[in-house]
Design a protein around this ligand. Structure first.
Ligand SMILES: O=C(O)c1ccccc1NCC(=O)[C@H](O)[C@H](O)COP(=O)(O)O
Length: 386
């Protein structure tokens, strides 16, 4: 019965046996009945697989197992205050014979907000991409990937060179909240302009459906010889995406705490370290910040001033999350904080710096300028390229 249950999207989270399941998972959310040992998916899956390892019954058991693990995943996430559900709640597969309460759980399969919609779509997209290019073949591509560059080092160097927050300039064509930001969008031209204008690092949106980005943009910018380290701005829900980003030339990747439970974050941060990538762990509120501060080995935290659920932007969010003990702990741990979103003027940048950030991530205000490089000088109130 060893090592049979691992989360579909994250093989790092696994339960070796029924006894290893966290206590709260052993409670039914609606009726408070104990989860029966006989319902433990590994046991049932193994029973079916024993009957017919490659046949219909094996397949059914696998579907049931995946569905149950998905349910567990949502429960784990909810227990950490994560409101974003990983995938739409569905009825259990046809051959499910477990507790009936599962069928009744939250029948609403309309996303509650835009972030949830993005994540549901991403889940579907990633499972298709993984079928086309499984991890084993992805690992072969990694042998030809260019070496990673020091993302955090570049931010620190820019901060000490200019005395201002290091800039992560975002290559962003569109967004769900603002629509199309730039019609005439040439990612390489924009990246080169940002580099010339003094950006320390670049953020490249790779999501196609909601941001009109793509991995081809990341690859093209890297292949064009842009020296600024590159952040792959994705909605990561599966470790496979981190390997994929590495093969496309990323030096860093975004991990969103509103989407990823603690165990996923820990596991993904380890993978990033193993692959030489920096992880920008993004938070939006105190609860997410506290969860992230409890994780060992965090070097870079992004505070998003935009709620990804409501689109509301409030730059005082960064200040609020850096006040008091949290700010102290961040300084003790020597974590670099990045203030993200809604920054348009030198006053905004100064406000972020006052709040305690050493870097800022900016998209809209600079990508909309006819010369995005000059847009940087406008944002900082001076030329930061020299
Ligand atoms: O920008 C959005 O509308 C958005 C919606 C849903 C999820 C994420 C979203 N944006 C990601 C970001 O946080 C920004 O691209 C980034 O911080 C730059 O923000 P800005 O300077 O305001 O373009």
């Amino acid at each position: 019965m060893e090592g049979l249950i691992s989360l579909k999207s994250n093989p790092g989270i696994s339960f070796r046996s029924f006894d290893q399941l966290p206590k709260f998972l052993l409670r039914r959310s609606s009726m408070d009945l104990p989860l029966r040992r006989s319902n433990f998916p590994a046991i049932r899956a193994q029973q079916s697989e024993t009957i017919s390892p490659n046949g219909r019954e094996g397949e059914d058991a696998l579907k049931v197992k995946e569905w149950e693990v998905g349910m567990f995943q949502n429960e784990v996430a909810a227990s950490q205050g994560i409101r974003i559900r990983r995938r739409p709640p569905t009825c259990p597969p046809l051959h499910y014979n477990g507790p009936f309460e599962f069928c009744l759980q939250d029948g609403d399969n309309t996303p509650r907000n835009i972030l949830e919609e993005i994540i549901w779509h991403k889940d579907f997209e990633v499972s298709q991409m993984k079928e086309k290019k499984p991890l084993t073949s992805l690992k072969k591509f990694m042998e030809n990937a260019p070496p990673t560059r020091d993302f955090v080092g570049a931010l620190k160097a820019a901060h000490s060179r200019t005395g201002l927050p290091g800039l992560i300039a975002e290559v962003k064509k569109a967004s769900p909240s603002r629509g199309i930001l730039r019609e005439n969008f040439d990612p390489v031209e924009i990246a080169q302009a940002y580099e010339k204008g003094g950006a320390a690092c670049l953020s490249v949106l790779t999501d196609e459906k909601y941001f009109k980005g793509g991995f081809e943009n990341l690859e093209a910018i890297r292949n064009a010889g842009v020296k600024c380290p590159l952040l792959c701005k994705e909605f990561v829900i599966d470790a496979w995406q981190i390997y994929n980003a590495r093969t496309k030339g990323a030096d860093a990747i975004l991990l969103i705490a509103a989407v990823l439970p603690d165990l996923d974050l820990r596991y993904m941060i380890k993978i990033c370290k193993m692959l030489g990538l920096a992880a920008l762990v993004e938070v939006h509120d105190e609860r997410e910040m506290d969860r992230v501060l409890a994780i060992e080995g965090i070097e870079l935290i992004g505070i998003n001033n935009r709620s990804l659920e409501t689109f509301e932007v409030d730059i005082s969010n960064t200040k609020k999350l850096l006040e008091g003990e949290r700010g102290q702990l961040i300084r003790q741990k020597d974590i670099i904080v990045v203030g993200e979103s809604g920054l348009f003027t030198p006053d905004h940048v100064a406000y972020m710096q006052e709040a305690g950030v050493k870097a800022v991530l900016v998209g809209e205000s600079i990508v909309k300028q006819s010369d995005p490089g000059k847009g940087i000088a406008g944002l900082f109130g001076k030329d930061i390229s020299v």
